[in-house]
Design a protein around this ligand. Structure first.
Ligand code: ATP
Length: 241
């Protein structure tokens, strides 16, 4: 599938996945271009999380292809895909609660790919200023939203070129949602391509250039988030409850 614009970093074609006998994805097509933020939208149970997991190899694809930076990684083990430079931040937080913010970041450090400026805790603190203020704090003493930011920051310590973010705004207080949006935009500013799953159109519009709307395991609509704002019939069909 051609996405137009910049070079395609991640290309997903006809992706199928199932949990046992329950088929969930029926051929998902999407592309993420270099340096863009794209939103994967859809109602609860539409298949957003399953799409991200199937891309990452956490759920084995039963059909279709996942190509990352020109390499067919379909069904590879997740750690191998991550090593190629595709980061993944699940909905549930993955941090060490007994470690401080700074220590959690250090634990995430990975050797970098050729020619990339490596992330350091100091560089990350400029993207996540709220984490800078609590660098010596144990993660167990942080709010859920702060832990979510730390999870993202720790993923960046692995120097990914693209990141999959599963529902980054879910369950966060409005002020933290704003900080999260700023952090996503700063990631984009650093040249990292981001594919995030999202139910909330206002968050998606704030951060994403384009949106894919998924329902019953297939993409039903693709367009800019600005277009989605005015296409009420699409929102009513696939987004509003
Ligand atoms: N481990 C699992 N075993 C069986 N079915 C599952 C499993 N995980 C998810 N499902 C089912 O797959 C479908 C898609 O779920 P998925 O989590 O991908 O949706 P989603 O769009 O991310 O929604 P949500 O916003 O609720 O996370 C749902 O019907 C869900 O019940």
């Amino acid at each position: 599938m051609s996405a137009g614009g910049g070079a395609v970093v991640l290309s997903v074609e006809g992706l199928r996945a199932a949990y046992g006998r329950a088929q969930i994805l029926f051929g998902v097509d999407l592309a993420l271009r270099r340096g863009e933020v794209a939103a994967l939208m859809g109602r609860n149970g539409a298949g957003k999380t399953t799409t991200l997991k199937a891309v990452m190899g956490l759920v084995p694809p039963t059909g279709g292809t996942v190509v990352f930076e020109g390499r067919d990684v379909t069904g590879w083990e997740p750690f191998r895909i991550a090593r190629l430079g595709l980061g993944y931040v699940p909905e549930e937080r993955r941090i060490f609660t007994d470690l401080t913010v700074f220590e959690n970041l250090e634990v995430g450090r990975r050797p970098l790919a050729d020619g990339q400026a490596p992330w350091t805790p100091e560089r990350l603190f400029s993207i996540f200023p709220n984490l800078a203020e609590m660098r010596a704090r144990r993660a167990s003493a942080m709010s859920g939203g702060e832990q979510q930011m730390l999870t993202i920051a720790r993923t960046l310590m692995g120097n990914p070129r693209a990141v999959l973010l599963d529902e980054p705004s879910e369950g966060l207080a409005p002020v933290i949602v704003e900080q999260m949006a700023e952090a996503v935009l700063r990631m984009k500013g650093e040249g990292i391509a981001v594919l995030l799953s999202e139910q909330n159109l206002s968050f998606a519009s704030a951060v994403a250039d384009r949106a894919y709307v998924i329902e019953k395991g297939a993409v039903r609509y693709e367009g800019t988030t600005a277009e989605l704002e005015v296409r009420s019939e699409v929102r009513e069909a696939y987004l509003t409850v």
